[in-house]
Design a protein around this ligand. Structure first.
Ligand code: RP5
Length: 158
């Protein structure tokens, strides 16, 4: 059973959300991907939230754009940590997505990433799982060290 559920409101969110999947691939964390729309498939959202714990998921990454109600509604249906990714929109640049996700009422938090911040959502999910997984913690430490080592001391023209 995968540990992370990556869910998104539409196929059109996948180019953004695949960055979370890529990070989890790098870190050898198991995940599943699903299209779950708060508005177009509300029954799918409901059953995914109800079944998430018993299915063995540990963290949910939820991305949506515009009237981005998926992360918040999922947080209402499961006590698993929900990491929200505001997907960039054409009309309002993703500010609509961000504000739809970030301002949750007391009791039902969503850990909201930056607009388009799916890679960081993958990392945050891995960091949560690493609390109880020393081997994953080691992989994360190495990933971070590799990133640090890749940053040059000075800019180049190339
Ligand atoms: C949201 O509406 C989705 O999360 C997506 O970001 C946005 C647009 O969806 P499509 O019209 O491209 O399917 O529900």
């Amino acid at each position: 059973m995968p540990e992370v559920g990556i869910i998104m409101g539409s196929q059109s969110d996948w180019p953004t959300m695949r960055e979370a999947a890529a990070i989890l691939d790098d870190l050898n964390v198991s995940y599943e991907t699903r299209i779950v729309s708060a508005h177009r498939t509300p029954d799918r959202l409901w059953s995914y939230g109800v079944e998430a714990v018993e299915r063995g998921l540990k963290v949910i990454i939820a991305g949506a754009g515009g009237a981005a109600h998926l992360p918040g509604m999922m947080a209402s249906k499961t006590r698993l940590p929900v990491i929200g990714v505001p997907v960039q929109t054409k009309a309002l640049g993703g500010q609509d997505s961000l504000l739809s996700i970030v301002q949750m009422p007391r009791g039902f938090p969503v850990a909201t990433m930056a607009i388009g911040g799916a890679a960081n959502a993958g990392l945050m999910a891995a960091q949560i799982l690493a609390l109880g997984d020393p081997a994953l913690a080691d992989r994360l430490d190495q990933w971070r060290a590799d990133l640090t080592a890749s940053i040059p001391d000075a800019p180049s023209d190339e």
